[in-house]
Design a protein. Structure first.
Ligand code: DX5
Ligand code: ZN
Length: 234
């Protein structure tokens, strides 16, 4: 399945599981390895069973790189914190459909704050749940693990969900980016790109303790290169 609108593939390393004592080194290495953006996972211990970090770290990362900051809000009551994350330097603010009762208002506020707007959905949430909001967002994030932790296994049924989401977006918002997050590495990136994902979050596949961040990013790019070169030939 291929979108009628061409979407450049972008890789967004997630810093969730890095050693924060070496935050600056991790960001510099991702940048040197030609990462397209930095993905920041905000967890509140309420919407998800883990607590990560808040606007202070986003602002620290903002001071370390000019790459776009892709902020994934896994929090309840996101409306209360949108301006804090915008002021901290977020470029994209993504909220969860399951955590936002007034989703349209939340998305409007994100846009008013000058950020790109994203909406995320959990593995158990149907594609159809974002249909009404889809014309208003810049990006849809299909979670391919249950949010809360890095290093989990990709849920295999997600491949068909990505394909169905791309079809829905082609109908309602063809230029919308489709992001995937969780359990993605060189072994399956080709498959998710083939199904229509174009913004690829990778945490443990990039920051896996080998120290070769640029090599890991390059392996990810090799993993989807065949898919995109086949497209160009067609
Ligand atoms: C999970 C987070 C992910 C996570 C990805 O809740 O949203 O961004 O850090 O990590 P990997 O790539 O290791 O699954
Ligand atoms: Zn994430």
């Amino acid at each position: 399945m291929r979108s009628k609108t061409p979407h450049n593939v972008k890789i967004a390393p997630s810093i969730l599981t890095i050693d924060f004592g070496h935050l600056a080194d991790a960001i510099a290495a991702a940048e040197a390895g030609s990462a397209d953006m930095i993905h920041l996972d905000i967890m509140d211990g309420n919407f998800v069973p883990n607590i990560s970090f808040g606007p202070l770290i986003v602002s620290t990362v903002r001071g370390l790189t000019d790459l776009p900051l892709d902020v994934h809000l896994m929090i309840q009551d996101a409306d209360r914190y949108l301006s804090d994350f915008a002021e901290a330097g977020a470029d994209i603010l993504t909220v969860h459909v399951e955590a936002c009762p007034h989703l349209h208002r939340t998305i409007q506020r994100t846009i008013e704050l000058g950020c790109k707007s994203g909406v995320a959905l959990n593995p158990g949430t149907p594609v159809e749940s974002i249909r009404e909001i889809s014309p208003f967002v810049d990006m849809v994030l299909v979670m391919t693990v249950n949010p809360g932790f890095g290093g989990q296994r990709f849920i295999e049924t997600s491949t068909s969900k990505i394909q169905r989401m791309r079809a829905l977006l082609d109908e309602y918002n063809p230029t919308c980016d489709l992001e995937v997050d969780g359990g993605i590495g060189a072994h399956n990136i080709g498959d998710v790109v083939q199904r229509g994902a174009n913004v690829i979050v990778a945490g443990s596949a990039v920051f896996n303790g080998t120290g070769d961040i640029a090599g890991n990013l390059s392996a990810l790019r090799d993993g989807y290169a065949q898919v995109t070169s086949r497209r160009r030939k067609k």
